[in-house]
Design a protein around this ligand. Structure first.
Ligand code: ADP
Length: 482
């Protein structure tokens, strides 16, 4: 079955199942989210740490600058001792330099005299826009250190000036970021494994009802109309899909039933006239051959039955052409009032032969654009049915009333009417509520379904008003010109 389906419908050859698409998709999405989250977290952390270090350096630098500017307190032997004391207090390396790069005093063993170095510091200072109450200062990162620099005394022609240079090791920032990164990696791996498992469960949840429905649909394809598509335990879309499939099942089952009934009815309707034709033909051969009157009577029956067969075949052909959409509508403009009057005139024989009376009330000049011969079939079938099913008074009322851009055509009879439960069914092919009804107009059981097909193809509104014991009124609304 599976292979046959695949061979028939080549576009179904996608070998990756929906389960793996959903599973893979969700897992990949999680992986991507985790990656983006980790990178942005690391970036934010590094920035925050750097900003904090810069703020910290600024406040330490400004404090140290203020204290040095206040002069060396008496308890210290000289400025060198004082600088070392401040270095311990503030946990930074402090150096005082002159404008030529000479180290005046320092707490660091690594600080050496260098003209390039002081020029570099001056460059940083003049690049910086930061100032405090005592003038310009600069805070910046150099490798694994954070530095603060400011001018203690400006350079003049005679004085090389004084510069304060403070450095703090910030390599802890890298280890903090590394530590956090490691933890993130650990939790990300955990989240990914979790997402992998959860997405497998989710994709299972998505695909389970679809797989179930697919199995049932295969049964339906084998004409098992007992299958029941269920989706109430899943989302709204699945419930709707199940409803749609159940609807399709019911329609298929109806079509299947109707097809069987149609074959049975057609065979029956073909068989009856054929039997009659054979019987009467035999009678002509065996009995009435020489008797002219009898022979004509028997031949008349054969002709009538042959007409019945022809009508049936024509109706069946019309209907199947209409239903399959082969028939094109040949629309033309014509006067519906005249057309209805002419059709009723053609039924005059019913009055003469069977005493029926068709009363007409037709508004004049109803111009419509439609397929004339098909509309003729509609009018004929509706009036024919009314004649067949009208009451003892043998009266049928045909009317055409012109309204605003629409003319209502009605055919009313005084018959038994149609029970509410049967109103929907009468438009179906081969529906007959009253098989044994005596009919002056030949009926094939296809009349109303032809009416329905023609009117639906034209897009016209139509229907029936009827109540048991009160006759029936069939109506069609024809859009017409003003
Ligand atoms: P039929 O050849 O049996 O008349 P139709 O398709 O024309 O076939 O009609 C289908 C069924 O609808 C009829 O068998 C009858 O039961 C019902 N029907 C149609 N017209 C009328 C009517 N005017 N009054 C009562 N029943 C009607």
């Amino acid at each position: 079955m599976k292979n046959t389906l695949r061979q028939t419908y080549k576009h179904k050859r996608n070998s990756v199942s929906l389960f793996f698409w959903v599973w893979g998709g969700i897992s990949l999405l999680c992986l991507l989210l985790i990656f983006v989250f980790s990178v942005s977290q690391r970036w934010t952390l590094e920035n925050t740490l750097r900003q904090q270090a810069a703020l910290d350096m600024t406040s330490r630098g400004q404090e140290i600058k203020r204290q040095i500017a206040d002069g060396v307190p008496a308890e210290f032997a000289d400025e060198e001792e004082y600088v070392k004391h401040l270095s311990l207090t503030y946990a930074v390396e402090i150096s005082l330099l002159d404008g030529d790069g000479k180290v005046l005093c320092t707490s660091s063993s690594e600080m050496g005299t260098s003209i390039e170095y002081i020029d570099w510091i001056k460059g940083k200072l003049y690049d910086s826009a930061a100032t405090d109450s005592n003038g310009r200062f600069a805070v910046y990162q150099t490798g694994k250190d954070f530095a603060y620099a400011c001018i203690l005394r400006a350079e003049t022609d005679s004085d090389a000036g004084r510069y304060l240079y403070i450095v703090k090791d910030v390599s802890y920032m890298d280890s903090v970021a590394g530590e956090v990164g490691l933890r993130t990696l650990f939790s990300a791996s955990f989240v990914f494994v979790l997402a992998f498992v959860v997405s497998a469960a989710i994709s299972g949840m998505f695909t389970k009802p679809i797989s179930e429905m697919q199995e049932k649909a295969k049964l339906l394809a084998k004409r098992d109309f007992t299958v029941d598509f269920r989706g109430e335990d899943y989302g709204r879309e699945i419930v709707e899909l199940a409803d749609t499939l159940n609807f399709a099942r019911d329609e298929l089952s109806k079509t299947d039933k109707m097809q069987k009934e149609l074959i049975a009815n057609v065979s029956h309707d073909f068989k009856t006239p054929l039997t009659m034709i054979k019987a009467y033909a035999s009678m002509i051969v065996e009995i009435s051959g020489e008797d002219k009157a009898k022979r004509e009577k028997h031949a008349g029956v054969i002709i009538d039955e042959a007409d019945r067969l022809t009508a049936l075949v024509e109706d069946l052909l019309d209907l199947s052409k209409l239903q399959s959409g082969i028939t094109e509508l040949n629309k033309e403009k014509f006067d519906l009032s005249e057309y209805v009057a002419a059709t009723v005139e053609n039924l005059e024989y019913l009055k003469e032969k069977h005493g029926y009376k068709i009363e007409m009330a037709l508004d004049e000049g109803v111009l419509i654009e439609a397929d004339k011969s098909k509309i003729g079939q509609v009018i004929y079938n509706l009036i024919g049915n009314a004649v067949n099913y009208t009451g003892e008074d043998k009266k049928v009322y045909v009317a055409l009333k012109k309204g605003d851009r629409v003319a209502r055509f009605t055919v009313r009879d005084t018959g038994e009417g149609i029970p509410e439960a049967e109103k929907g069914g009468i438009w179906d092919r081969y529906y007959r509520s009253n098989q044994s009804h005596k009919r002056p107009v030949q009926g094939t059981g296809l009349g109303l379904s032809i009416v329905r097909q023609v009117l639906e193809r034209h897009g016209y509104r139509f229907g029936v008003d009827s109540a048991v014991g009160e006759g029936s009124t069939f109506y069609v609304d024809f859009p017409c010109e003003e």
